[in-house]
Design a protein around this ligand. Structure first.
Ligand SMILES: Cc1cc2nc3c(=O)[nH]c(=O)nc-3n(C[C@H](O)[C@H](O)[C@H](O)COP(=O)(O)OP(=O)(O)OC[C@H]3O[C@@H](n4cnc5c(N)ncnc54)[C@H](O)[C@@H]3O)c2cc1C
Length: 427
């Protein structure tokens, strides 16, 4: 049986970070990566840009082609880890091969939810989270001359997919079950500005409903909404959420909630098995609970911690918090931390200009920034992310937080020397 000191299931942000961490401490130990997708690690957030034609396939790779050779990684593409035996320390692959590991990382991310809607088996029904999805949708648009589509879901993935379809000159309707788009990360005012922008570029939005049935004989011809409205369309894209690929962990007896439960070192409940990225639940430093934060930088950070600890180091994951930096049809937006608190005890500072599509909101608790929304003008948002991280008391200068030129210069001297403005939130 093949033996590999380190085995990693998955080959995306968390896996790459783990590889880089492992090689910093261990030049020799064998690393085997098993990946269900047939590609070298690529930037998942770019798949909608690929469909839009904004980036080409050469720009998709997250690390260059030589990465695996340089880091001496044995890569098995197009195969899945299907079974783990924590007692025997063996991973079984979909091709029947078994690999014995010393340390295992589960970095299998998530799978888009595909609802059991009547007609979901027709040609022209898709989800949209992978490079293959981008290829399939692109092909379908071209062969079927798609002019009108329906996107189900007004969250981040639904809106980025919509943006790509708009760039392809496709008319579309977004169907959202909640009463507004981006309801999980934005407040009402922010959602309204994004909806205004989407409508400006010709997109229709139907909230508080969903698709009851997809119509067509062999391919999509339309949808019927729950309220009985019929919309003609040639394509339906479901973007209603992603669930963690945690089944192999669950079947192996590891503790799994929605995602795989990890401790402060990204260890799972089984010895020598780690989890990182969208599949894992880890500490949210703002909410004080363990949960999934399904964003690229968090996946990378967790993977880096897991990789280091797999080599025998003792590194801690300090906890992250929700942050999204998304441009939607030219409108830049950022949401960080707690953006729409319902409990008393929070202080809200805000500036709003609906005409110019500009909105700034700062959420404070006990004179500490715990959340922010920026729309239209986002250039200084990185400072706020840092203030949340560093739990800086802004009591003495909070009246300046909304000033256009607010920056490090406004901080009292003793803070300035401790504040490092990081790269912000980057893909
Ligand atoms: C359209 C889109 C836009 C996004 N935009 C942003 C953004 O702007 N900013 C941001 O921060 N985040 C964004 N995200 C989220 C970000 O892409 C994810 O948080 C990140 O990719 C998670 O990385 P990961 O390493 O956990 O796993 P993933 O990227 O989910 O990859 C997991 C890999 O494991 C493979 N796999 C699954 N099961 C197995 C198995 N059993 N064996 C082997 N391999 C397996 C999967 O096929 C996949 O290739 C976006 C996501 C999507 C879909």
């Amino acid at each position: 049986m093949k033996k590999s000191k380190y085995v990693i299931a998955g080959n995306s942000a968390a896996a790459v970070a783990a590889i880089e961490s492992i090689r910093k401490a261990d030049r020799k130990g064998e690393i085997t990566v098993i990946s269900k997708e047939p590609y070298l690690s690529y930037s998942r957030p770019l798949v909608t840009y690929l469909l839009a034609g904004v980036v080409n396939e050469n720009k998709m790779l997250y690390r260059d082609k030589e990465f695996y050779k340089k880091f001496e990684v044995e890569l098995t593409l197009g195969e899945e880890a299907v079974d783990i035996s924590p007692e025997r320390k063996i991973v079984k692959l979909s091709n029947g091969e078994e690999i014995m590991y010393e340390k295992l990382l589960i970095a299998t991310g998530g799978t888009p939810i595909f609802p059991a809607t009547k007609g979901n088996n027709l040609r022209g029904v898709f989800t949209f989270t992978s490079w293959d999805d981008a290829k399939r949708v692109d092909e379908y648009i071209k062969t079927e001359n798609v002019e009108y589509a329906v996107v189900v879901g007004g969250g981040l993935i639904g809106l980025k997919t919509s943006e790509a379809l708009i760039a392809r000159k496709i008319k579309l309707t977004i169907i959202e079950l909640a009463d507004r788009v981006l309801s999980a990360t934005f407040d009402r005012k922010a959602s309204d500005l994004v909806e205004k922008k989407l409508k400006e570029v010709g997109c229709e939005i139907r909230a508080k409903t969903t698709v009851g049935e997809i119509l067509g004989k062999e391919k999509v011809e339309g949808v019927v909404l729950q309220d009985g409205t019929r919309l003609d369309c040639q394509m339906v894209i479901f973007a209603i959420g992603v669930r963690p690929n945690s089944e192999i962990a669950k079947n192996a007896g590891l503790k799994v909630n929605k995602g795989i439960i990890t401790d402060g070192r990204m260890r799972t409940s089984a010895p020598d098995i780690y989890a990182a990225g969208d599949v894992a639940e880890a500490y949210d430093s703002l909410l004080g609970v363990n949960r999934q934060i399904a964003i690229w930088p968090t996946a990378y950070w967790q993977g880096a911690i897991a990789g280091a600890n797999m080599t025998g180091k003792d590194e801690r994951y300090g906890g992250a918090f929700a942050m999204n930096s998304v441009e939607i049809c030219g409108l830049p937006t950022i949401s960080v931390g707690i953006t729409d608190p319902k409990d008393p005890g929070y202080e809200i500072l805000e500036r709003y200009n609906g005409e110019k599509l500009v909105y700034k909101k700062i959420v404070l608790r006990d004179d500490k920034v715990v959340g922010a929304i920026f729309i239209g003008k986002i250039d200084r948002a990185g400072i706020f992310t840092n203030m949340i991280k560093e739990k800086i008391d802004v009591g003495t200068f909070k009246n300046s937080l909304l000033n256009d030129d607010f920056g490090l210069a406004w901080f009292p001297k003793e803070f300035r020397k401790h504040m490092v403005v990081g790269e912000g939130i980057e893909i």
